[in-house]
Design a protein around this ligand. Structure first.
Ligand SMILES: Nc1ncnc2c1ncn2[C@@H]1O[C@H](COP(=O)(O)OP(=O)(O)OP(=O)(O)O)[C@@H](O)[C@H]1O
Ligand SMILES: [Mg+2]
Length: 598
């Protein structure tokens, strides 16, 4: 199994530039008129907020000058100035919030669009892709990517852009009002602050990355361990599990402490830069007041500008780091969306048309990686027939059913259904025509009703009860307190193996396809129940083509043909009788099973 580190560092990630290009497609979906309008409105509010916030310190300074006049002050003017000051402060907040309000929909729509696309895409990727991943890792990648979008949009729009606009405006205003030196000191203080923060943050990112990896690692360990609750108990491994978890947590503890220490270095440096800037500005203003070039109000104004500019930068380190991280997270998510499915419908793919249900394997070879599983396999399942595939474990029986369902494409050879090559038809039409009861059935953690009707959403209760009866699960369900509304537990673990199998059979029957594949579908049932189900199936299978994979040979005696698979090749085939007469592998398997049941 891959571990958490492998997931977070080996994954493909798009470059920041490509990531931003992808992002724009979600921010302004093609043909959407609302989002551009919202963006323009947000920009207007942003400009208004900036104008007001640049003007506010002047009102403040004016008020200070007026107050300094003491008894001589014109009270009407004072009230006017203070009133305007109060209004300006309110205006700042108002325009800021208005901007947030119109933009929120833009950001959230982009998040939703991208997350949905990623989610859909995950389902379109092949089984191979998913078998090589940890599902938790995938959902996390989507989750983080989506959060990254939100963060990036919100913080660029609301933190970075405003600060830059304001810095620029304040520089000009200071220059015009108090001269170049004041503007230069203020702007350079802030610039030094920004450069320092970014540089130090770069250094911190490496430290924090270690912390995050440790965190991810600890959480996968915990999830994996709890998912395997039963296995842990079987092997008395609680202590080992706790030790593994603790080792992961210790790594996290160490790196988290380091990360916190590095944050102090950032904060102290930032504080120093601002203190120095204030020292210079206040000193200059003090001198200018002494030589009567400046009023006390002006002194307040230059101070306020520096403080006002630096306040939002308080979070710059955090914002910078998060934006970088957001770019990475989004890059990873978009790269997942870029991942090409192994099995894609041909451009000219047509819908499979099943009229009789003949399946034909022509010279099929198949390997998982470089392990050859099927070797030049050819056979035909005639319409309406029941064909059984038997053979030793690991022979490739389930693989055959996966090839028919087109989870994989054969490395050579072709599979035909009613003379249509599977490579040429659409996957959805193929899958809608096949009902599979897989070897290991898992259920959704929902009701029995939901799980049965999964194959045909919206089916009526009568239909559901009917298939439940056919698969002999009706009595069991009737005995349950909640009946069809009983929740089956995660992966269906509250049901016994045989109950799960019967729910799975009911589910496949409800789909009512032309072709059935039963992969050890009744292996967990007692012989009596198995016979009952077989009887129901027989009624159906006169119309349907059925492929049965079984270990228990007694279930396939009546098959029209039995294919004995060994080492990826057909060792022998024929009816039960014929094969017994051949006295080969099948006869041997049969004898052995007879002995056992005696
Ligand atoms: N996704 C996979 N990746 C790599 N190897 C696989 C994969 N799935 C199956 N195999 C291997 O392919 C071989 C055939 O598997 P398959 O499931 O088809 O066997 P089977 O005949 O159904 O066996 P059983 O009777 O035990 O169900 C096995 O050796 C198995 O380890
Ligand atoms: Mg199998």
């Amino acid at each position: 199994m891959k571990n958490a580190e492998a997931f977070s560092s080996n994954d493909k990630i798009l470059t920041p530039l490509k990531t931003l290009q992808e992002l724009i497609r979600f921010v302004i979906p093609r043909g959407n008129k609302e989002m551009p309008i919202r963006i323009i409105l947000a920009l207007i509010f942003l400009s208004l907020a900036t104008l007001v916030s640049v003007y506010t310190p002047f009102l403040y300074g004016k008020a200070v000058d007026l107050v300094a006049e003491g008894k001589l002050v014109d009270l009407n003017l004072l009230w006017l100035v203070i009133g305007s000051y109060a209004l300006a402060r309110l205006g700042q907040v108002f325009f800021d919030e208005a901007k947030e309000f119109v933009f929120a929909r833009v950001a959230q729509r982009a998040v939703r669009g991208a997350a949905l696309k990623a989610f859909k895409h995950m389902h379109s990727l092949s089984l191979t892709f998913h078998l090589n991943r940890q599902t938790g890792g995938l959902t996390r990648a989507i989750d983080r990517g989506a959060k990254g979008i939100e963060f990036l949009l919100r913080f660029t729009a609301f933190e970075i852009v405003p600060v830059i606009v304001e810095l620029f405006t304040v520089g000009i205003v200071l220059w015009v009002t108090f001269g170049f030196v004041y503007a230069a000191v203020t702007v350079s203080t802030v610039l030094v602050y920004i450069v320092y923060t970014i540089k130090v943050t770069e250094w911190r990112i490496a430290i924090r990355r270690k912390m995050n990896i440790a965190d991810e690692n600890a959480s996968t360990k915990a999830i994996d361990s709890l998912l395997n609750y039963e296995t842990v108990k079987y092997f008395n491994a609680e202590i080992v599990e706790a030790e593994r978890f603790d080792a992961a947590m210790k790594l996290y503890e160490d790196s988290a402490v380091k990360a916190r220490a590095s944050l102090s270095i950032v904060n102290i440096g930032q504080g120093g830069i601002i203190a120095l800037g204030l020292f210079i500005i206040m000193g200059m203003a003090g001198e200018d007041i002494a030589s009567e070039k400046m009023s006390i109000g002006d002194f307040v104004v230059v101070n306020t500008f520096l403080l006002q500019l630096y306040l939002p930068l308080n979070f710059l380190g955090f914002v910078y780091r998060e934006i970088r991280q957001s770019l990475l997270d989004m890059g990873r998510m978009f790269a997942l969306v870029d991942e090409k499915p192994d099995i894609i419908d041909k451009q000219k793919a047509y819908d499979l048309n099943v009229h009789s249900g003949k399946i034909e394997f022509k010279n099929i070879s198949f390997s998982y990686g470089n392990r050859k599983i099927l070797k030049d396999l050819s056979f035909v399942v005639n319409p309406g027939h029941k064909v059984a595939i038997v053979g030793p474990t690991g022979a490739g029986k389930s693989t055959i059913s996966k090839l028919i369902f087109r989870f994989y494409d054969p490395s050579s050879g072709n599979i035909y259904i009613d003379d249509q090559c599977l490579r040429d038809v659409t996957q959805s039409s193929l899958r809608s025509n096949i009902g599979v009861v897989p070897q290991d059935t898992v259920m959704f953690n929902d009701t029995i009703k939901y799980n049965i009707s999964y194959s045909k959403p919206g089916s009526t209760m009568i239909e559901i009860e009917n298939v439940a009866k056919l698969s002999s699960i009706d009595k069991f369900i009737a005995d349950l307190e909640l009946g069809y509304e009983t929740v089956v537990g995660e992966r269906g673990l509250k049901l016994s193996g045989g109950e799960k199998q019967r729910v799975a059979i009911a589910r496949a029957l409800l789909k009512n396809p032309k072709i059935f594949i039963f992969d050890e579908a009744t292996s967990a049932l007692d012989t009596k129940t198995e016979k009952l189900i077989e009887k129901s199936l027989k009624k159906l299978s006169n119309k349907n083509t059925t492929l049965v994979i079984a270990h228990r040979l007694s279930t396939v005696i009546d098959a029209d043909k039995i294919i004995v698979l060994e080492n990826g090749k057909i060792a022998e085939q024929g009816t039960h009788k014929e094969l017994l007469q051949k006295n080969g592998l099948y006869a041997e398997m049969w004898m052995r099973q007879q002995e056992k049941s005696d």
